[in-house]
Design a protein around this ligand. Structure first.
Ligand SMILES: N[C@@H](CCC(=O)N[C@@H](CS)C(=O)NCC(=O)O)C(=O)O
Length: 239
């Protein structure tokens, strides 16, 4: 019962965002971008500006490393402030081009220009409305805002966790929130509708269903958001 309520609550955010991040753009269905090295996004789930960038990643069928940076988190926040001069999120690092950017709109423009065949004038025109809507949607479910660890995580697990995901999934949101509350980085393998990465997920896990977590540190592979959340909390709550 509690789980169903939690799912419905998480779904509210997807509905408020009109399902953005559910499907891959026409351009990226035809031309799936596969940068040699994964992009790195310093971000956290509860940040409305970060949400817009994550939606763009999903729509453009880009995988990225989420560098978990919720309030109270340690190393990733220090990195951004030392590297670029202010503690502001989202912050994108693209090792393929050397680009390093703050500002959600600048990041979305960059991603669309570099990997998505450009951004429409309409999308640019409605950007301020989208930002306002993202803040309101976040207000419906203020989670993934702060670390829940007693002290900042001093080291990430030896190998990067992998999460098959798409931004608009209410079930994936539950997992992303907990990743940020535990300050865990993860390779986010986006598999929105139309993604050419979907067969890879079926090959690895056996089903086309998200979320799907792969933890190379323990060899565990899990479907089911509640099971993944319980696994992450049990395995990594100690920081
Ligand atoms: N105009 C910026 C605003 C970014 C912003 O204000 N981000 C907030 C988080 S939602 C932030 O970095 N706050 C400082 C913090 O989290 O410590 C953008 O669009 O990226």
């Amino acid at each position: 019962m509690i789980s169903k309520l939690n799912n419905a609550h998480s779904l509210l955010v997807s509905v408020a965002r009109l399902g953005l991040g559910l499907t891959v753009t026409e351009y990226c269905r035809e031309n799936p971008p596969r940068p040699e090295m994964p992009l790195e996004l310093y971000q956290y789930e509860g940040c409305p500006f970060c949400r817009k960038v994550r939606e763009a990643m999903s729509r453009l069928d880009l995988a990225y490393i989420s560098r978990s940076s919720a309030k109270g988190a340690g190393a990733n926040r220090y990195f951004v402030s030392a590297r670029a001069g202010k503690t502001q999120f989202p912050f994108l690092v693209d090792p393929n081009t050397g680009a390093e950017l703050y500002e959600s709109e600048a990041i979305i423009d960059y991603l669309a220009e570099t990997y998505g065949g450009g951004r429409s004038a309409l999308a640019k025109a409605v950007a301020p409305l989208s930002t306002l809507n993202s803040a309101l949607a976040g207000g419906l479910r203020p989670r993934g805002l702060s670390s829940r660890l007693k002290k900042p995580r001093d080291a990430q697990p030896e190998q990067l966790l992998e999460l098959y995901n798409f931004e608009a999934s209410p079930f994936c949101r539950k997992v992303r929130e907990v990743l940020d509350e535990l300050e865990l980085d993860a390779l986010i393998q986006n598999v929105a509708k139309g993604s050419k990465r979907r067969p890879e997920l079926v090959k690895r896990g056996g089903q086309m269903m998200v979320p799907f977590l792969v933890d190379p540190n323990t060899g565990r592979q899990l479907y089911e958001s509640d099971d993944i959340v319980a696994y992450l909390r049990a395995t990594y709550k100690g920081g």
